[in-house]
Design a protein around this ligand. Structure first.
Ligand code: ADP
Ligand code: MG
Ligand code: ZN
Length: 484
């Protein structure tokens, strides 16, 4: 079914959980290390033994305030922790420490490019601190294993107002959130590994209507693309229900990426009655002006500032600066290359085409890209100082991808140095010319295009090593000599 875009409008609000990159957990000194032996990073506090006292990790506050400041939030000087009570096998305490009333950050916004290409403001209702639960691992054979290593790992939850209107905007919003947390260095932003998780709330209404429709909540999406797909699915489903005169039931759905469909969660798991109350073991969090200033002073450069700096410092076009600053790791890679070479635009071109091309094709992050910034910088220098042609450079680059060898060594070992010796080139050109008399005639009769043929032959003769500028220049002089 085609969504009837003219009649209905979707309303979307997102709840994003981001796992904070602290060394230790939110309320105890256990390690947050991912992939440790199951149930090894635990202590009486995160296991919820009776009588233990949680102590708040200062870094959790600092990271959350950084996020709040970068998303234009008000930082509440006084906020409190609450207990969110529910029973779950991977939550030994029987409650999750979270914030309910009085979260630490409120009333922010970020801007994304909306579906109509204009800049759209998406308001952030709140950002609060909380702890993660453990993990249940459902075995094929029918039983379930529990790993509580993740219990107590710090999270922030970022909740938007229902300001998003299309699945595409939801996608853009998520890209922006990921970009910010990565720039801040507070979360690795990896949705596949669960360090960034998103629940999507969605309703539809007739265009022009002000009242919100009944919403459903979709969970269990492990990529941004799946969030977009799940929203498309659910919007269509809701519209067709309304068109059929049926009611939308407020419920939670689970996205099934294999089937491309969302299914209602068993209703038992859904009965929310968390009985929140202030956690009596934890003091209110007080963030005074001086601390906010200190945190603010430690704020790393954000995407927009980096973008502007790339325009001036490296004289890049806006297009390049935009692509290079999408991800901090890519911007860093670019800047490392620029410590080796002065040819900034070439560095940008190599990244935008060859490096990103490879990364996207192999679905890896730049950290796993086999060519170091240093070696790519050296390669660019070999082109700009005329040692090799850009055509040969592509060949060297593909060798580097397999070995990350120093390109200077590759060029020497494989004897790829560009031929820029005029005498040598003239000899080769004359040789090629005399073998192709017919083409000379064609050229002399006015067909300039034949020059391309000769350049091709010369390149073939030199295995691509002839200096192209010199070849073009010398070829014209030599061929003209045949004119009587
Ligand atoms: P709940 O109490 O069900 O958790 P909240 O008011 O906390 O609901 O909102 C959760 C998320 O759902 C927020 O991102 C909010 O913007 C969004 N939301 C609330 N109402 C609607 C609605 N009618 N349609 C779409 N999204 C909504
Ligand atoms: Mg809620
Ligand atoms: Zn612990």
């Amino acid at each position: 079914m085609q969504i009837n875009n003219n009649k209905y409008e979707a309303v979307i609000g997102l709840e994003v959980h981001a796992q904070l990159l602290t060394e230790t957990k939110a309320f105890c000194s256990c390690s947050t290390k991912f992939g440790s032996l199951p149930n090894s990073n635990v202590c009486p506090v995160c296991l919820g033994h009776p009588g233990v006292l949680p102590v708040l990790n200062k870094k959790v506050v600092e990271f959350t305030v950084l996020m709040g400041l970068s998303t234009n939030c008000r930082i509440n000087k006084h906020s409190i922790f609450a207990r969110k009570n529910y029973f779950y096998p991977d939550l030994p305490k029987g409650y999750q420490i979270s914030q309910y009333e009085e979260p630490i950050c409120e009333n922010g916004f970020i801007e994304v490019v909306g579906s109509d290409k204009s800049i759209k403001k998406i308001r952030i209702k709140r950002i609060h601190m909380e702890e993660d639960a453990g993990k249940s691992i459902h075995e094929q054979s029918g039983y379930t294993l529990v790993d509580v290593n993740r219990c107590g790992v710090p999270l922030i939850e970022i909740v938007t107002e229902p300001d998003i209107n299309t699945p595409e905007e939801a996608y853009q919003y998520l890209v922006k959130i990921k970009q910010i947390v990565q720039y801040l260095g507070i979360c690795d932003g990896n949705m596949e590994e669960g360090s960034l998780r998103c629940d999507a709330n969605v309703s539809v209404r007739l265009k022009g209507e002000n009242k919100l429709g009944t919403k459903t909540e979709i969970k269990n999406m492990n990529s941004f693309k799946n969030v977009e797909r799940a929203l498309n699915f659910e919007i269509e489903r809701q519209i067709s229900l309304i068109e059929d005169g049926e009611e939308i039931i407020q419920q939670t759905l689970l996205w099934d990426a294999d089937l491309n469909e969302a299914f209602p969660m068993r209703s038992k798991e859904e009965a929310h009655d968390y009985r929140y109350f202030p956690d009596p073991d934890l003091l209110p969090v007080v963030v005074d002006e001086k601390w906010i200033e200190l945190i603010s002073a430690s704020m790393p450069e954000l995407p927009e500032t980096k973008f502007k700096r790339f325009l001036t410092q490296y004289s890049l076009p806006e297009y390049d600066a935009d692509i290079l600053t999408q991800q901090k790791s890519i911007a860093d890679y670019f800047e490392q290359i620029c410590t080796i070479t002065q040819d900034f635009k070439s560095a940008s071109n190599w990244i935008m085409t060859d490096v990103l091309g490879y990364i996207n094709e192999h679905k890896i992050e730049i950290e796993a890209f086999p060519v170091s910034a240093e070696n790519l910088g050296r390669l660019i220098n070999l082109i700009s100082n005329g040692t090799i042609s850009s055509k040969i450079a592509k060949e060297v680059f593909s060798i580097m991808i397999g070995s990350n060898q120093n390109p200077e060594v590759i060029v020497k070992e494989k004897n790829l140095v560009q031929i820029s010796d005029e005498g040598e080139l003239v000899k080769i050109i004359r040789n090629v010319l005399t073998k192709n008399q017919n083409q000379i005639e064609e050229y002399l009769s006015g067909k300039d295009k034949v020059l391309g043929f000769f350049v091709g032959q010369i390149m073939k003769e030199t295995k691509g090593k002839a200096n192209p500028q010199l070849v073009n220049q010398l070829l014209k002089t030599e061929i003209e000599k045949f004119r009587k």
